[in-house]
Design a protein around this ligand. Structure first.
Ligand SMILES: C[S@@+](CC[C@H](N)C(=O)[O-])C[C@H]1O[C@@H](n2cnc3c(N)ncnc32)[C@H](O)[C@@H]1O
Length: 314
């Protein structure tokens, strides 16, 4: 698998500009993947240093090897961003100038390396970013009751046919254990038909299972909170998401940080004492038509950026 050919980092110029990378500083890349963003950050100023994280050991190994010429300025760590503070504390880093999240899945993971992320290639149904622990997608689809299957497919996939798909999974597993992407695709197609509309019939169910297995939404929220906490005053946090559930979390958290008061509406006098902690930088950024043409995967990317005004870490 040639990762370079397969994973093109999105919104690079916009990330560099938003994080003020040209000024030089200490950055965290919370999702190093193939190292595309880390590379452009390291390239744009020779004084830049980065701690980069990824939950997937294959990405860590790949990025370390590919970016080895920067090893004096780059440290790549195998860890989830939900453990960001722990990672930085271990590295004796108290605060940083800029933090990037480019959440979701990389083209290497989607590209059929036998991990079960893609409905386009036949493999075992694993779907864990970190294969060293946790429940696989196969464990979940074979064990969960119909109600839990429905809730995950509906909430994390926003799939309209969630109930019928959950029922079909339960029915199929009475006959056989569901172990592969192909089996799951055939179950979904038995409900939704195999006709391809704009998106493949299995897209949303696969997305839902991946989000559930990796606890992606809770981890994103935990990661954002820790990122805000370790930013220096004046530091920037940039987050790229690829679907609405993630973007909603980012948008709401940024708005909460920006607000001056969070007392219930109608309260005459503020009792919460909350002050605005951040400035929201510009509007949400999406890729240009030129970028989408060059890299169709960038189509759904959304970038949001904040600058920290208050709340130095003690
Ligand atoms: C879209 S890719 C990042 C691509 C990267 N920016 C580049 O330029 O190559 C997303 C990466 O985030 C990683 N990831 C997902 N959840 C994570 C988490 N909780 N903590 C750390 N990394 C995570 C995935 O393993 C994947 O490699």
């Amino acid at each position: 698998m040639n990762y370079e050919l397969n994973h093109i980092p999105v919104l690079c110029e916009e990330v560099i500009g938003s994080l003020n990378c040209k000024n030089g500083g200490f950055f965290v890349d919370c999702t190093v993947g193939g190292g595309g963003h880390s590379e452009v950050i390291l390239e744009c100023n020779r004084a830049n240093r980065i701690i980069a994280l990824d939950k997937d050991i294959n990405a860590v190994r790949y990025a370390k090897a590919r970016l080895s010429k920067y090893s004096g300025r780059l440290k790549v760590v195998h860890a989830g961003f939900e453990k960001l503070m722990e990672v930085l504390d271990k590295g004796n880093v108290n605060s940083v100038d800029g933090i990037l999240f480019d959440v979701g899945i990389s083209s290497l993971q989607l590209g059929g390396d036998g991990r079960g992320f893609s409905f386009r290639s036949e493999s075992g149904l694993d779907m864990r970013m970190d294969q060293s622990s946790g429940e696989t997608a196969a464990d979940f689809v074979n064990k969960a009751d119909e109600k839990s299957l429905y809730a995950v497919i509906k909430e994390c996939g926003e799939e309209r046919s969630a109930l019928r798909i959950a029922r079909a999974i339960v029915k199929r597993r009475e006959k056989e254990r569901i172990e592969t992407t192909g089996q799951l695709v055939s179950i979904i197609e038995s409900v939704k038909g195999s006709k391809r509309s704009r998106i493949h019939p299995a897209t949303k169910t696969f997305q839902a299972l991946r989000i559930h297995v990796n606890n992606e939404l809770e981890n994103l929220y935990a990661g954002l909170r820790q990122a805000f906490s370790v930013l220096r005053k004046g530091g920037r946090l940039a987050v790229i998401t690829f679907h609405s559930l993630e973007d909603r979390i980012v948008k709401h958290y940024f708005k909460y940080l920006e607000k001056n008061c969070v007392c219930p509406s109608g309260t005459l006098m503020c009792t919460c004492g909350k002050e605005s902690m951040v400035k929201i930088i510009g509007k949400m950024i999406t890729p240009s038509e030129y970028e989408i043409e060059r890299n169709p995967r960038s189509r759904s990317a959304k970038l949001r950026v904040i600058e920290k005004l208050k709340g130095e870490r003690k």
